[in-house]
Design a protein around this ligand. Structure first.
Ligand code: CP
Length: 305
């Protein structure tokens, strides 16, 4: 691929190939670029996992990472995202990894003659989060060896979640059965095209994967934030220890992070044997290596074809 910006653009074959390659990296496969490639990671929204694991993946592949701090950049003087990328491309950067609060910000950057760069979307507003989605697919594949027929529940703040949007799309294509739960006011009926909403207690005993979503306070309006009560949420929609006890012994729990411990998931479950929270973060580095390799090859960069 020349760019990876949306799961909607990736077919099943490509997703499976990326999962396979990420698993190979995890099992020790090595790759180094054979000619210099310079990357910049532009994070206009906060991040711990995605930012550092792209940085780690780039370094493991021999890609040189150029520091970029939005707060110290000329964007503070009004320079646009496009002109910022134009500048970085002119300087010699050939891989851009971008997280931005604007949905589909990447459309203005694709197929631009003066932007000869490989582009990866590290999250756009409430749009998509392809690298999280792909590392989630890797984690599911590692646990079950397949996708077809798996029952996957996506639970919580669905309306604001780019992870949910990316995952419902790809899980459907991969043949998994998708279920939704959480507050009805955070559920858009258009999600019915991908799966069915059910009360949490009705589906918990039957799922293979319980995927919990962070409550995105930064995207809730003032009234919703003012009326939010963490204990009430945990009781109604959270994966409490009582609920977890009803899961099958083979069910895995997933959360993209950051976790509000005791809200979406009881704190004692986060690092428990059925939880894949730490594995997801470990897998993120290997999946991002596979994604970077794919876009470098797509743009014939780093001596990769
Ligand atoms: N899951 C995720 O995107 O985490 P960060 O916001 O810390 O990158």
């Amino acid at each position: 691929a020349k760019a990876i910006v949306s799961m909607a653009d990736l077919d099943v074959q490509t997703v499976k190939a990326l999962v396979e390659r990420a698993e190979a990296f995890k099992n020790g496969a090595q790759l180094q670029v054979s000619s210099p490639v310079y990357a910049a990671n532009l994070f206009f929204e906060n991040s711990t996992r995605t930012h550092t694991s792209f940085d780690m993946a780039e370094r493991k592949l021999g890609v040189s990472v150029i520091d970029f701090n939005p707060q110290a950049s000329s964007m503070k003087k009004g320079e646009t995202l496009y002109d910022t990328c134009l500048t970085l491309a002119a300087i010699g950067i050939r891989l851009l990894v971008i997280r931005h609060s604007e949905n589909a910000y990447y459309k203005q950057l694709l197929n631009q003659p003066n932007l000869p760069v490989a582009l990866i979307n590290a999250g756009d507003g409430s749009g998509e989060h392809p690298s999280q989605s792909l590392l989630d697919m890797m984690t599911i594949h590692e646990s079950f060896g397949r996708f077809k027929g798996l029952k996957v529940a996506i639970v919580g703040d669905l309306n604001h979640s780019r992870v949910a949007r990316s995952n419902m799309e790809i899980l459907n294509k991969l043949g998994a059965e998708v279920y939704f739960s959480g507050p009805k006011e955070w559920y858009d009926p258009k999600f019915d095209a991908f799966g069915q909403w059910q009360p949490l207690d009705d589906l918990i005993g039957d799922m293979d994967v319980m995927m919990l979503l962070r409550v995105q306070h930064e995207r809730l309006n003032q009234a919703a934030n003012a009326s939010f009560n963490a204990d009430t949420y945990a009781q109604q929609y959270g994966l409490t220890t009582e609920r977890a006890a009803k899961m099958k012994p083979t069910t895995i729990m997933m959360h993209p992070g950051p976790i509000n411990r005791g809200v979406e998931m009881a704190s004692e479950l986060v690092e428990s044997p059925q939880s894949k929270f730490v594995t997801q973060m470990q897998n993120g580095v290997f999946m991002r290596m596979a994604m970077i390799e794919s876009v470098l090859r797509g743009n014939q960069l780093g001596g990769l074809k």
